[in-house]
Ligand binder design. Structure first.
Ligand code: ASP
Length: 349
């Protein structure tokens, strides 16, 4: 059997990766208390998904539970703690995708829903559409019986300070040096099903109904059991232009059959010139380094366009990881192989 086939995970494999935003996250900007708070929040969210996957639950349930915890935490720019628009309102975006059937749901420019990821999921499960926006999406949320909150629920003192600074200087959101704080999760469950979800308040000071990549299937979120699950965070305009989430999945999906052919060429032949072993697709996984390279290549292209940010990935072969071009990224991952970690800065694993 060729080397590439040996590490193929058994039917019990699962994996999850989460993020709480990427940006100018450096040690000198974060107090030890804040550092500990963020790590505890990421661990709590990761644990929720970890338990569901370990106990045989679905990737869809795992990412939903994880994202809800991050939405409820005011440290992140999603749900409570969402950033303010130019008009000092909150307009939240979310999306979710099921890699087993490519079903997807998204909500853009919404408010009133306590957990926007639940609205994305309701759009996916209970409407004939993929994306709803604004007042109509809010109405759908109420009709679905999702928990509603008043406008002041999302507001935190820190986000008010940030919008006041933006408005005082009359600078646009794109000029603000701030930590992104979007949240997201991707996972593979024991059935090999992939799921991805993303939730955000968008960018501080956004206006004119600006929508970023987070609710756009293919840009900020994508999941396909044949390739990967991706959730992105960063300067949304660039992620939309590159179609980052779908681009990474498409490259993995197309690389895989070529990698099988290449591996087959390394198998010895018998006296008759026939391969002594035929590699079957079901036993072949793309190596960790190839997955990382594909993700890094797309993030490098994002950087060349001028975009900052990063992504988390999970693959059908049990890998879970990150790629980002910012100094840091709030992140975490866990796998059935025993890996479990959270990180903040670029110099930790
Ligand atoms: N990607 C989000 C947006 O552009 C922002 C973020 O990730 O922080 O709306």
């Amino acid at each position: 059997m060729p080397a590439a086939a040996q590490a193929f995970p058994d039917g019990e494999a699962w994996s999850i990766a989460i993020h709480g935003g990427a940006g100018t996250i450096e040690r000198e900007n974060i107090t030890p208390e804040k550092d500990a708070e963020i790590r505890a929040a990421l661990s709590k969210a990761l644990d929720a998904g970890f338990r569901i996957l370990r106990d045989g639950g679905s990737s869809m349930d795992a990412i939903t539970a994880t994202i809800m915890i991050l939405e409820d935490d005011p440290n992140f720019n999603a749900g409570k703690g969402a950033v303010f628009t130019w008009d000092k309102t909150n307009e939240l975006d979310s999306s979710i995708m099921d890699g087993s059937d490519l079903s997807a749901g998204a909500a853009a420019g919404i408010n009133g829903t306590k957990n926007p990821i639940l609205l994305a999921r309701a759009v996916k499960d209970n409407s004939p559409h993929v994306m709803l926006s604004g007042a109509g999406a809010n109405q759908f949320s109420r009709e679905q019986g999702l928990e509603q909150v008043t406008a002041d629920y999302y507001a935190t003192p820190r986000r008010l300070e940030q919008i006041d600074a933006v408005l005082a200087k009359e600078i646009s959101a794109a000029d603000v040096d701030y930590k992104f704080g979007t949240v997201g999760a991707v996972a593979m469950d024991k059935n090999g099903n992939m799921a991805a979800g993303t939730s955000t308040g968008g960018m501080t000071g956004k206006r004119w109904g600006r929508i970023g990549d987070s609710p756009i299937i293919g840009a900020g979120t994508y999941a396909d059991d044949r390739s990967c699950a991706i959730s992105a965070t960063g300067a949304g305009e660039y992620f939309i232009r590159l179609g980052v989430a779908h681009e990474i999945c498409a490259r993995i999906r197309m690389r895989w059959p070529i990698a099988i052919e290449e591996a087959q060429l390394t198998v010895p032949k018998d006296a008759d010139g026939n391969y002594t072993y035929i590699i079957h697709a079901s036993e072949f996984m793309l190596p960790d380094a190839e997955i990382q390279q594909i993700a890094d290549d797309v993030i490098a292209e994002l950087g060349e366009l001028g975009g900052d940010g990063g992504i988390i990935y999970a693959t059908p072969w049990g890998q879970a990881g990150y790629s980002y071009n910012t100094p840091g990224m709030y992140r975490g991952r866990a796998t059935s192989e025993g890996e479990k970690s959270v990180g903040i800065y670029g110099d930790e694993d």
